[in-house]
Design a protein. Structure first.
Length: 405
């Protein structure tokens, strides 16, 4: 890929961020009940009575905070502030601390376990809001939640973090994160996103205890979660014995670059060398999948059956992962794959009529999945918005594809 092509990829993704993703979500602020509407249909119609999720609001908080800092645009903090206020006023459990996973449309929390995946996204977003200069006590809440996770959800014997804790933080618990997930003591998904949160929190605080937790979790990912075949195991018992054989292509490539950023944040050269080796092995595997499937990524391989749907976040993470692999390896073939994947996104996943990205499309054909929302509990602006910022930071102005934070 020539320097002009690198610049074009960065420029096109900047245009997507500025003119599509960032303008889309403020249309769905719930000015009567706070926060954002809990669900937005494919045609842009909001459901004013849908439950509102922690993950959705944390992801919106992260996106607009990161964009405010990255684009040097303080005006974006107003949208971030909408998500922040809803987190602290409706989803934060002032009595028992931590965050509820969901609430009704008026902001009344749903009772249930404190889901560690959700706590991780709250920490991730609060740390970014603080870095962007957002007003309030975001960093205090992020550190409070981190300490709760360390005290209750962290496994001192086997390492890593449990799936959930009791509402009062008295003990850890097994759980299934969402529909289609296996109930388990620990999962890759939760631990990968705790890693992401720790990376952001350490960038915001330089706190030694956060740095130690980050290094420990990197060791767990390297030794327990990444398999000898350079894929991620997904579901585990307490002792990290595996419960599944699923291959998630999107998580493999997302992990490859999140691990790289986490290792760089630690400043540990030996750990960084090990992480780069694993990251490249995972990226090489995904490159082979891309080459075998005309340049876009199927969803997953489960019990020998390939899910061929092209899901929005899988493609977004694939673009970043390919650019990261190019920086680690010096192999320009990874950049070409990133450009091909972006072409697929432009052609099939960006909704040119109603805005933002479809959840996914059928393959072949590119027909949008009919039963998936445009925005909701599991979909907001985070994967695609972050991918745009990552590529802009890595490739604009002659960048070599190296890590951007």
């Amino acid at each position: 890929m020539s320097q002009d092509d690198r610049g074009m990829l960065a420029s096109e993704m900047e245009e997507e961020l500025r003119n599509d993703i960032l303008p889309f979500w403020p249309r769905f602020i719930d000015r009567e009940n706070g926060g954002f509407y809990g669900q937005v249909e494919n045609d842009g119609r909001p459901d004013p009575r849908a439950d509102k999720g922690l993950v959705m609001h944390a992801r919106l908080l992260w996106t607009y905070s990161a964009a405010a800092r990255f684009l040097d645009d303080a005006a974006l903090l107003a949208t971030a502030g909408t998500a922040y206020r809803f987190l602290v006023e409706s989803l934060y459990d002032a009595g028992q601390r931590g965050f509820s996973f969901a609430c009704d449309y008026q902001g009344k929390p749903r009772s249930g376990l404190k889901i560690v995946y959700g706590q991780a996204f709250a920490v991730y977003a609060l740390a970014e809001y603080a870095r962007a200069g957002g007003p309030g006590r975001a960093l205090d809440l992020a550190m409070e939640t981190f300490r709760l996770l360390q005290r209750i959800a962290h496994d001192e014997r086997h390492g890593g973090y449990s799936e959930a804790v009791a509402p009062d933080w008295s003990k850890s618990a097994a759980s299934a994160l969402g529909d289609g997930d296996i109930a388990c003591a620990k999962s890759m998904n939760t631990n990968l996103h705790v890693l992401e949160a720790l990376t952001a929190l350490h960038a915001a605080t330089e706190d030694a205890s956060v740095g130690l937790a980050l290094r420990r979790l990197l060791e767990v990912l390297l030794s327990k979660i990444i398999t000898p075949s350079a894929h991620l195991g997904l579901y585990f018992n307490h002792d990290w014995s595996r419960l599944d054989t699923v291959i998630s292509y999107g998580h493999d490539i997302e992990a490859s670059w999140l691990l790289t950023e986490a290792a760089e944040r630690t400043g540990d050269e030996q750990l960084g060398t090990r992480v780069r080796r694993s990251a490249l092995a995972m990226a090489a595997g995904i490159a082979r999948v891309l080459d075998a499937h005309q340049g876009s990524l199927p969803n997953e391989l489960k019990e020998g059956r390939l899910d061929t749907d092209r899901i929005w976040w899988v493609q977004a993470e694939g673009i970043v992962g390919m650019v990261n692999a190019a920086a680690l390896s010096g192999d320009a073939g990874y950049l070409k794959r990133a450009a091909t994947l972006w072409s697929f996104v432009k052609t099939f996943l960006i909704d040119r009529v109603h805005g933002e990205w479809f959840w996914g499309v059928r393959h072949p054909g590119g027909t949008p999945l009919p039963d998936r929302y445009k925005g909701g509990a599991w979909k907001a602006s985070y994967h695609n918005g972050r991918a745009c910022m990552q590529i802009m930071g890595r490739l604009a102005h002659g960048g070599d594809g190296g890590t951007h934070r």
